[in-house]
Design a protein around this ligand. Structure first.
Ligand code: 5AD
Ligand code: SF4
Length: 454
């Protein structure tokens, strides 16, 4: 049976029920984008949606595998769903995403969590109708974690936001950083056709979307797997040419491929955010080598210097891994030196997590957890001071802000992101959500800048 037939059959089964589905995505924006496709398919099959799992007839947890704590959290949630299944035996529970793309995890779920009805990997979104149909036909456990060469180009999507859209431009990763599970759970790089991406963005802009977030594990290698395809800087320019009032953001950029051409495109494209997330992971050449990052701290700083030679205030953010196996005090000091030199506006730091199947998991690690924790706290303390000091440069400036929520910290305030990627809060009502606002910055905190609308 093909997918379309399965969709039709399920529509028939569901025609007198209108089942409620609860879909929860974990992890990165690519995974959340997959979650929107899962919702799209469920909608096509006749489901409505609920935010309350107790109310649901179908539950799908779309999981992340990047660190162990993400997996532990999901196992905890799956465990707690045993009760729900006892209360409602017809409840269907499916687990998708990066966790279940690992066969040992899929097997663990099959063996130890009988409340789960099906698992599917990151390639198998299109297989959802067939897996659901199995469940409805009384099959005890079905699984599809195989690898397809399938871009899910035709899968419908129910987007989580009406003004911010994620647009994957490529899937998978070829880099094999030694700590990282992604190449094993999302396969090799597959770029979408630029015409498909451009058409999708045009439609989103027509539909009123104000932020277009281009996604890929390494957007800088976009097109390398397709003959005669555009490079990423060319794609950025082509999207910038689309008429409309919107901002283009993108994630993530591998520093080894961050070229002058890319930086020039960011400066040339008036719709491109003036911010770059450039994950460095470590400031130590020895660590970078063992992480298989294929750049040195010096090479990384050359890109930073080129960016800052064009705009000395340009906003940079990064990812840091603390406690990669056998990271020495000197290695860690090199990371501190680097963050002091670059002066990031924000860093996302993670304690190294051992991932079964990766190269780094084979290393015998002699650094104790206590030391790793201390390093993390030091890193965060130093970065807090750098951020607070750095944010002061925005005081007195006007920023365009896409408002995305009411402030969680201040009553009567709204929050949003500026073109520079800064979190901005200012006095205003929820009616501004989804709109651009001009804001003059009046104050700098260590988590955001504060301003007033002009
Ligand atoms: N342990 C800790 N952090 C990791 N990351 C990826 N894999 C691991 C791991 N095994 C971090 C990296 C990456 C970010 C998305 O997650 O910093 O850039
Ligand atoms: Fe995203 Fe990587 Fe987590 Fe998968 S493992 S959800 S690709 S961060």
């Amino acid at each position: 049976m093909n997918n379309n037939d399965a969709v039709l059959e399920i529509r028939n089964i569901f025609s007198d029920r209108e089942p409620k589905a609860y879909v929860r995505s974990f992890g990165c924006q690519l995974n959340c984008s997959d979650g929107e496709k899962i919702k799209g398919l469920l909608g096509e099959m006749g489901c409505t949606f609920t935010d309350d799992e107790k109310d649901a007839d179908i539950i799908i947890l779309n999981t992340c595998a990047v660190r162990e704590n993400a997996e532990d959290r999901v196992f905890g949630i799956i465990g707690s769903m045993k009760k729900l299944k006892e209360l409602k035996p017809s409840l269907i529970i499916g687990i998708s995403g990066c966790m279940t793309a690992q066969s040992h995890i899929a097997e663990k779920i099959r063996k130890s969590y009988p409340q789960v009805d099906f698992v599917m990997g990151t390639y198998a979104i299109n297989a959802l109708p067939k897996l659901l149909l199995d469940c409805l036909n009384g099959v005890k456990f079905s699984a599809d974690i195989s690898e397809y060469d399938d871009f899910s180009e035709t899968v419908p999507q129910i987007r989580d936001s009406s003004f911010k859209a994620s647009v994957p431009i490529m899937f998978g990763c070829n880099n094999f950083c030694t700590y990282c599970i992604v190449p094993y759970v999302r396969g090799r790089e597959r770029s979408r056709r630029s015409q498909d991406i451009i058409s999708e963005v045009k439609q989103l802009v027509r539909d009123g979307y104000k932020e277009i977030m281009l996604l890929g594990q390494n957007v800088n290698s976009y097109g390398n797997d397709r003959e005669c395809e555009m490079s990423f800087p060319q794609l950025l320019r082509a999207i910038n040419d689309i008429e409309g009032d919107f901002i283009i953001r993108f994630m993530s950029s591998h520093p080894k491929d961050a070229s002058k051409e890319l930086i020039d495109a960011i400066f040339d494209c008036e719709k491109a955010a003036k911010h770059l997330h450039l994950p460095v992971q470590s400031g130590s050449d020895e660590m970078l080598k063992r992480m298989n990052r294929r750049y040195t701290a010096e090479k990384y700083l050359e890109i930073v210097d080129y960016i800052r030679s064009r705009d000395s205030d340009f906003s940079l953010t990064t990812d840091i891994i603390v406690g990669f196996p056998n990271e020495s005090d000197e290695d860690f000091e090199a990371t501190l030196d680097l963050i002091k030199r670059v002066k990031y506006d924000n860093i996302y730091s993670f304690i190294y997590s051992k991932r079964t199947g990766t190269k780094a998991a084979e290393i015998d690690d002699h650094t104790d957890e206590e030391t790793k924790g201390q390093r993390m706290r030091r890193l965060l303390d130093i970065q807090r001071d750098i951020s607070t000091e750095g944010y002061k440069r925005f005081i007195g400036r006007k920023m365009r802000v896409l408002v995305d929520d009411v402030s969680k910290k201040r009553e009567g305030y709204v929050s949003g992101k500026s073109d520079e990627g800064m979190s901005v809060e200012f006095e205003g009502s929820s009616s501004l959500i989804g709109q651009f606002a001009e804001v003059e910055i009046t104050d700098a905190m260590n988590w955001a800048v504060i301003g007033k609308m002009v």
